[in-house]
Design a protein around this ligand. Structure first.
Ligand SMILES: [Zn+2]
Length: 77
């Protein structure tokens, strides 16, 4: 069980090499999550007017470049 994992928390996912914020919308028993990501519009290659992207069954990883993974937002010094 990952501490603090709950619907409504904000995590990061990687899109095109950049961190993007995503709100957790579902937590599964195996600590995987579904999340809605807020993208940087066409800079992330999405069509005009699409500002979110739904991700499913993301797993936690400290390796932020791992495919289909999420991580907690990095702390700002
Ligand atoms: Zn990040």
């Amino acid at each position: 069980m990952i501490e603090g994992l709950a619907v409504g928390r904000i995590v990061h996912v990687k899109l095109g090499g950049n961190c993007r914020p995503a709100i957790i919308v579902q937590v599964w028993a195996d600590d995987k999550i579904n999340a809605v990501c807020f993208v940087d519009g066409s800079n992330d290659g999405l069509p005009p007017g699409q500002h979110t992207k739904w991700f499913t069954s993301l797993h936690y990883s400290d390796n932020h470049d791992e495919l289909n993974s999420f991580h907690w937002p990095e702390r700002v010094p």
